[in-house]
Design a protein around this ligand. Sequence first.
Ligand code: SF4
Length: 329
Amino acid sequence: MRLREKIAKLAEFNEESVFNRVEDGNKNLGIICSGISYQYAKETKPDAGFLKLGMTYPLPLLKIKSFAGMYKRCIVIEEGDPYLYKSIRAAGVNVEGKHDIFRLGELNLKRVNKILAGDNTPEKILPAGKAPQLCPGCPHKSVYEVLKKLDCTVPGDIGCYSLGTLPPYEAMDTLLCMGAGISAGLGLRHILPEEKAMKVVSVIGDSTFMHSGITGLVDMVYNRPPTGHVVVVLDNSTTAMTGLQEHPGSGRDIRHNPAHKVIIEDVARAVGVENVDVIDMLKSPGDIEKAIVKRLSEKKTSVIIARRPCILALKQMNKKAQEVQEGKS
Ligand code: SF4
């Protein structure tokens, strides 16, 4: 009840708030819009009247009704689902919306022109672009080559290495959310027939491991599948996908100052994982295949850490560490 009262007060506030701007224009056309849709519509019809909404929940329905009543034709221009259009129509205000073909994809000047002209002819489908790939020289590549070669079933996780789902490797079979690589792998190990279960290998990055992989590891030893399980930690020593942030395993805090380093292999041993291998992917890249083949053949719990810093990040990581040491950062 208190929440409803608050929303009612906010709606009242929004009727007069400075966030919603009316721009008078030619009375033949009024446009209700918000955000980037305003830029497109303004460029397309500079002479029209505009109600640019800056606060879209709860909607200032009295203001909208009054605006729509001033124009011969009033249309809502918005990207994506017709939230504004449906809400305004539900309040009994007579406005036009866009055809369903414009619900998907971003708007642009051409599309806004089509909406305003009521032109619903199908749009040209653009050819698909090249799929993103791991960088040339990425340390994760050789792991995927091995997993593909061994025809493993690979539940994966979130990071640069998620690109292992795409060509040329197509070596990752599931990708759900952070930490799901290990837990989905355990589920598969439990339910698949033994022969197939023994081909399941979970992959997870070092940063994701710190974020939500450790819980999966605990589950692996606690609810141990009869065939055991194999987890490969793709340790590039940073959080490459989102911009090289530090994490508890990098040994530096968020400002790159030295901090306590959580050692992945120590965590794995401490929770009770039976086999822990650390492979230096620079010095002995061939060892990863031997390690995966060996651990897949055993009915044990295994963690293989494939370690090599991201080649793109290495220079930057060293530079930041140097700056911190010299007190420049
Ligand atoms: S940013 Fe680094 S870890 Fe990510 S794909 Fe490129 S080389 Fe690999």
